[in-house]
Design a protein around this ligand. Sequence first.
Ligand code: NDP
Ligand code: HEM
Length: 488
Amino acid sequence: MTQRLTTTAGAPVANNQNSETAGPRGPVLMQDYHLMEKLAHQNRERIPERVVHAKGWGAFGTFTVTHDITRFTRAAIFGAVGKQTDMLARFSTVAGEAGAADHERDVRGFALKFYTEEGNWDLVGNNTPVFFIRDPLKFPDFIHTQKRHPRSNLRSNTAAWDFWSLVPESLHQVSILMSDRGLPISPMHMNGYGSHTYSFWNRDGERFWVKFHFKTQQGVKTVTNDEAATIVGQTREGYQEALFGGIEAGNFPRWTLFVQVMPEADADSTPYDPFDLTKVWPHSDYPLIEVGVMELNRNADNYFTQIEQAAFSPSNKVPGIGYSPDKMLQARVFSYADAHRYRLGTHYEALPVNQPKCPVHHYHAAGNMNFIGLRSGAGDAYYEPNSMGGVGEDPTVAEPPLALSGMAARQPHQQQIDDYTQPRALHDEVLSEAERGRLYGNIAASMDGVPAGIIDRALMHFERISPAYAAGIRAALLARSGLVAAAE
Ligand code: NDP
Ligand code: HEM
């Protein structure tokens, strides 16, 4: 015997094999609290899964600065070349539940938490530089189209294409999702993008708009739908096996961080709205600036406490990094911490994986399962302001003020929004012929069972992106219906 098994109250347990019964055949006595406690705890093992991005894979690592960007930001993490900061990454699919197969075509989450000395900075991005919608009011509806139909409890191609064809701003992201990049071979073989426009501010109080790009050093590698079907037939956990197994074996994946930086005033003159999440900033306008390297080199000791209970939130910003007017980002600043309070509880930030690695002082009091007491720095200082020696504010970390103007109204980003130019660049200029062919095939496959009227409406938009794009999808649909007919 190493150490004694105990109840949660610490009392030693004499017998963990047999319930306490009246006679060898039972029944079980109600006083067998050890049994009651075991069953009661088991009933509480599951917590609500994330409402989106439920299936995930994560690991710890380090971020190292390789290039100086202190002219743009005073953020401590970028303070000096060579500086290292501990971090946590969690990758995920969006739509599948916690038990979903890993190799499904879907956008991948790319969530990062950097434990900086001025607080946790979370960058909660995806493996795509854009998103399906540009207004947060559409987010719950969009997600409903990706989740299960309320009656059939099945995923619905019809719902997805009905929504996408009614919301053509989605087709840039849909094009990336249906391209090769929509099905990475592993989390190590995909890029990560902050996607939104964020802001940097430096020690002189200058603000810049910024986009974050993490480029995989393993190379972008993807699988086709057919290859994925074979993989899923063999294992539903291919990403966990690859990431966890790779790190256990000492193969540490790395990504290079680049930023695109836009001077604050440029935002008034770009032909696209730089705060519209369905748009990229063309590299030719805002070239990538190298910053550093992220390496994942340590697996979690316990998946539940360190990956499932990890709480990433765009609201976690640090001095030198700020939000932008992006409407989607503004909504996310609310939504994540709200989700964490529901999913994990009031004191989720005090869980070891979320706990900052710097002093934490605030006046939040009491609350469910509070084990941190008061963090105000002095016992009698349980309110603020006080003259009891409690912690106080620091005006030196104030963000430079941002000029805003306009009428308060429910209004679109711009009067004339161009949803077609950027997906056209992707289709006509970035993708090779072979990649385009697979894109058409993947779109056609995702339209299985979708009513003709919805497909026609989608094709009308693809036509506006590029006649060749629409023609390619039409041909793939025909070939697919031919295949189906031949098989029948
Ligand atoms: P560039 O030619 O400078 O950039 C094109 C970028 O497309 C590449 O750098 C690469 O991004 C990305 N890319 C390459 N292959 C694929 C693929 N199969 N699926 C998705 N993306 C791919 O042109 P622009 O900057 O003017 O962008 C043109 C179009 O490229 C955009 O409209 C957008 O659709 C797409 N794109 C642009 C990005 C940007 O931030 N400017 C980022 C990603 C895509 P990476 O280097 O990040 O791998
Ligand atoms: C997870 C909301 C858009 C990336 C989540 C969660 C919520 C949410 C509630 C679950 C959080 C949790 O329980 O821990 C929203 C809303 C959005 C939005 C309201 C738009 C208005 C986006 C966008 C991106 C993104 C644009 C990427 C650029 C992620 C990622 C996760 C996530 C990566 C998983 C984080 C993790 O690994 O724990 N989202 N989301 N989301 N979201 Fe969003």
